[in-house]
Ligand binder design. Sequence first.
Ligand SMILES: Cc1cc2nc3c(=O)[nH]c(=O)nc-3n(C[C@H](O)[C@H](O)[C@H](O)COP(=O)(O)O)c2cc1C
Length: 342
Amino acid sequence: MRDLLPTHRPALVLAPMQDVTDLPFMRLMARYGGPDLYVTEFIRVTQDSKLDATILKSITENDTGKPVLAQMIGQDIPALIRIAKQLETHPIAGIDLNLGCPAPVVCRKDAGGGLLRQPERVDTILSALRQNIQGRFTVKCRVGFADKSEFPRLLEVFLKHDLQMLTIHGRTVRDAYKTPVHPECVATAVQAMPCPVIANGNVVDVPTGLAYLKHTQAAGLMLGRGAIRHPWLFEQLRAHWEGGETRTFTKRDMLDYIHALYDVTAAFHPRFEGRLHVQKMKRYMVFITTGIAEGALEHRIRRVTNEEEFWAACHEHLDNIDPLPLRPPADSHVFCGFAELK
Ligand SMILES: Cc1cc2nc3c(=O)[nH]c(=O)nc-3n(C[C@H](O)[C@H](O)[C@H](O)COP(=O)(O)O)c2cc1C
C-alpha cells in the first residue's frame, strides 16, 4: 500500500460509510480536495450474495483520480474468496475486510465487529483470504469487542498475515460512537505492524487530526463523519503539511456545499422523488448541522418533510457570511469525546 500513499506527509483516506460514500459522494469530496484513497461502502458477502451493482459503480466508474479499496463484510470463507476474486477483475487498489461494524444485526451473524470476539476465527479467515487475494489485502477494525484489553491478541493475529494496511477505529464495538477514541491502541499497532497503520475516529478538524497523529505516529488519518460535516478538512490538513493556502469559511460556503451534495446525490438516483431525497439528505445533515446556530438548524431539519421546508431552513440559517464554526460543540452528542483528542 505504501506505493499508493504519499511519502512526504501522512495519508488521507475517506472512511467507508454505508449509504453515504457512494460514487457521487466520492466525486464531490474530490471536488473539495478529497483524500488520497477511497474505500467503498461495505459489500455484504454471504453464501449466495452477488456484487452490489451500485457499490460496484464506485469502482468501475471511479473518476476521482485516486484509488479505491473494495470493502467486504462477512464470515463465510468460500463466499468471501468468491467475491474477492470477482472484485479483483475490476480496477481496485485492493480488498479490505470489515472487522468493525457494530450493528447488532451484523454482529449477531459473527460478521464485522462481531468477529472480534473470536480471534482464532479471524486468523482462519485472514489466512484463507491472504492465500486467495492476488493483490493488496487490508483490514479495518476496532480495538476489541467488549474491551480494549482484547487488542493485543487481535494484533498478534493481524501480524501473521502480510496485510498491506491496517485501519483502526480506536473504539471497541461496545463503545459504539459514545466514547473518546483510544489512541494508545493505535500507537501499539503502529509499533508492531510492518504495514502502514491508519488512525480513525473523531477527527473533526485539523487540531484533532494532528493530535491523533502525535499520539500514535500513524501513517495517516481516515476521516468519516468529520468529512461529511466539513468537506474542506482534507484540503486543510494537506495545507497544514504542505504549506498551502488556508482560508476561513462562511456559512454560505456550507450552503453551497449542501446544494452541491443535494444535486449530485439526486442526479445519481434512478428515480428522483423530492420528499424521499429530503429524507436521504437528513442522514448527511445530522453531521453537517452540528454546532450551527446552537442546534437550531439541526432541530429544524429534523422536522422538515419536503424540499421547500428543507431549503427554507437551510437558507434562513446559512445564507450569510458569518464564519462557519470549525469545531463541533465540545459536548456534541454526534462527535462524542472528540475534544479528548488534544
Ligand atoms: C453512516 C455510517 C456508515 C458507516 N458504514 C461503514 C462501512 O460501510 N464500513 C466501515 O468499515 N465502516 C463504516 N462506518 C464507520 C466509519 O468508517 C468510521 O470508522 C467511523 O465513522 C469513525 O470515524 P469518524 O469519526 O471519522 O466518522 C460507518 C459510519 C457511519 C457514520
